[in-house]
Every structure is written in C-alpha cells, then in structure tokens.
Design a protein around this ligand. Structure first.
Ligand code: GAF
Length: 383
C-alpha cells in the first residue's frame, strides 16, 4: 500500500502540478466458499485482501473530471459532468470510472469536478476482483470529495450497476460488497438477497495462501452469462424467485424434469448455499477439519456440476491437498476458467505448500504459478 500511495501521490504532483487533498484505498477479495451463489440470491463467504486499488484525489473548480492511470503509462481521461457520460472509445480502465460516476449522479448525488490518479496491485484477470476494487475505490473517492451521505452498501451497489450496465459483465454483488465492507482479520458471510452480513473471525495459526494458475482466461464473460441464464431457467421451472429458495430435497424430487445440464448447474448452487452457511459456523468455531471437507466438496461441485474449473486449477488443488491433508482447505476461488485457488493452510505447512507448488505446477501445466500469502483486510476507506 505504501508503495502504491507514493506512486499515486508522486504522479499527482507531476501531472497536475499540486498535491492531492485525500487518498483512498479499496481492496480486492478472495472468496473462501460460496461460488456463483451471489446472483442466485444466495450466500458467500469472502474476505478482503491486502492488495488494493489506491486513488489520490482533489476536488477542482467546475465540472470536469480528469483521471490518470499511473499503471498504464499515465494514460489520461477527462470528461465533463455536465455532458452525458458515454463509454471511452479506447481505454477500458476509464469506463470503470465513468460508469461509477454516471450512476452516482443517476442516484441523485451532486458531484463537482475532480482530479484523480489511480494505481493498484490487485492482480488483473486472476479472479481476485481488481475491477470491483476499482469501482469501489472510485465511489469512495467521490464520496470523500463531495462529502456524500452514501452508505458503503450503496457504494457497492453503485459499482455493481456500473459493471452490469456500463462495462457489460452481468456479475453479482459479492465482489463490490466485500471490497466496500471487508473487516480486518475476518471473513464476511453475506446474504446476497437481504445484504445482511455476519463477520466470521479467521482462525489463528492459518495462512490464506492464494495461487494464481496464470491460465489465460478466455470466454469468461460469455460462460459466466450462460451459467447465470441456466440458473435462472432452473428457478423459473421450479416457480421460485431464485435458486436460493430451494433446498436439496425439493430439488431432487423434481430434478429429472430439467435439462440434465441445467439440473447440474442448479445442483451446484443449491448444495453450495448449504455448504457456505455451514462453513461460516465451522470457521467461527475453528473446526478446520470440517472446513476442509466443505472446501473440497465445493471444488468438486464446481468441477463436476458447474463445469468452471480447468485442468491446471484441478492439479493445483490436488497437489496442495496432498500436502495439507485434512488440516486445511483448498478450492478454486472466483468466477472460474482459470484464475486462482484459495487455501487455508496451517502456518507450519505454508512453506512446504509453496515449495511444492513452485516445483510441481510448472511440470504439470507448463505454466509458472504466482503465490500470494494474504491477510484478511479492512474494506474501502480513506488512507
Ligand atoms: C465473479 C462475479 F463478479 C461475482 O459476482 C461472483 O458471481 C463470482 O464471479 C462467482 O462466485 O467474481
């Protein structure tokens, strides 16, 4: 964070010729369990991580917003709040800023012009929510610049709206929500229907070890949207608002009526919701053996029923499982088709896990892994 801040502050001074008046951070996240449940009104158990998007900002006279992307050779975007805000023709990163600002104004918030410099170290395209952390950081920056009376939950919802309607990915609420509301040393059980949360202390003596498979993720958005449509089809068939409203007995009684693939997708979501609720309890009580079983079942369900894992990810899970046994848990995390695995590793085994992954993963996949040992961290705020 310190390095990121130095960077945004230095670039701010260089580009705009004066010093920023405030600094903001918003974290990425890792999801411990509860995958593809958020858009089914279900349950998720993520924690924010100590990788962030940082923004240095100042208000400026008038209605022009100037934005610099320090990580993209100081590319600059500028737009006028008085004009209709449309997509940037060239810079994808700029659309996260424009979209967030557009929907803040659509919600009735009065904004003034601003200068912003953005930098971040959340790995991009890895399933650790770099986009959500950018959306939430921009929302948080405009909140601070304009002294807006907006809740953290609404900053998250506004970011999700920008992602859904401006950037074009039909994601759920998990990523923005945990980035806005994460708590240090805790995971958060989120009910994605009511948006009620329960914080769950992370167990002492375990490391959150994330391994990026570095698999190039293709077709992610289209596969994501297909899964979402399949889940909605199953819910419609059962006459419920969302798959959250079905338990496994109700589902099993009529599963044969569904297209077999749609049935598999629905079964993942229904069983994953139950696992996630149980996981919040077992994590809170420190029952890591049971947590390990739930994470293993979650991974198998994502692999066999939801069909969103890829062989290098399955291999990573198996090789880590072979080291930690029942003492800790490991599963794929995030949207799927590459990205990362998350593992809860007893501290005494962390070194061995890292050594095993570094030695074996290139052999089985032809790729180099990237390992992050993360601390569950606080959500967005002023630095
Ligand atoms: C992505 C989405 F953005 C989230 O909303 C969630 O659906 C996740 O995939 C899968 O659990 O991160």
């Amino acid at each position: 964070m310190h390095t990121l801040l130095q960077r945004t502050q230095t670039v701010f001074q260089q580009v705009f010729g004066y010093s920023q008046s405030l600094d903001i951070q918003a974290p990425g996240r890792v999801n411990l369990i509860g995958e593809h449940t958020d858009y089914n009104d279900g349950f998720v158990l993520p924690c924010a991580i100590d990788y962030q998007t940082v923004i240095s900002a100042s208000p400026r006279q008038g209605s022009v917003v100037r934005v610099v992307a320090a990580d993209y050779d100081n590319q600059q975007d500028s737009f006028d709040l008085k004009d209709e805000i449309v997509a940037h023709p060239d810079y994808l990163w700029a659309n996260y800023v424009r979209g967030v600002v557009k929907f803040l104004m659509a919600r009735g918030y009065q904004l003034t012009g601003a200068d912003l410099v953005i930098s971040g170290n959340v790995p991009q395209g890895a399933g650790l929510s770099s986009s959500a952390s950018l959306e939430v950081a921009v929302g948080q920056a405009f909140k601070a610049l304009n002294h807006l009376d907006i809740s953290q939950a609404d900053i998250a919802l506004n970011g999700q709206q920008a992602e859904n309607q401006f950037v074009g990915c039909n994601c759920g609420i998990m990523d923005q929500f945990i980035s806005a509301l994460g708590q240090k040393d805790h995971a958060l059980l989120i009910d994605c229907r009511s948006l009620e949360t329960r914080s769950v202390a992370m167990p002492e003596g375990y490391d959150v070890v994330i391994v990026n498979s570095n698999v190039r993720r293709g077709l992610v958005d289209s596969e994501y949207n297909t899964r979402r449509a399949q889940c909605e089809e199953a819910a419609r068939h059962f006459g419920v608002k969302a798959l959250r409203d079905l338990n496994i007995e109700q589902f099993n009684a009529r599963a044969a009526e569904l297209d077999p693939v749609v049935a598999q997708r629905a079964r993942h979501v229904i069983t994953e919701n139950a696992r996630t609720l149980e996981a919040a309890d077992v994590l809170a009580s420190g029952n890591m053996e049971r947590m390990a079983v739930l994470m293993a079942e979650s991974h198998a369900s994502m692999r066999d029923d939801f069909a969103i894992t890829v062989p290098p990810i399955d291999a990573l899970v198996d090789m880590i499982k072979a080291v930690i046994g029942t003492a800790g848990g490991v599963r794929m995390t995030g949207g799927g088709f590459g990205g990362c695995i998350v593992s809860l590793v007893p501290h005494a085994l962390t070194e061995q896990v890292c050594a095993t992954v570094k030695a074996r993963y290139p052999e089985v996949s032809g790729l180099q892994p990237t390992i992050y040992i993360c601390k569950p961290s606080a959500g967005a705020g002023t630095v």
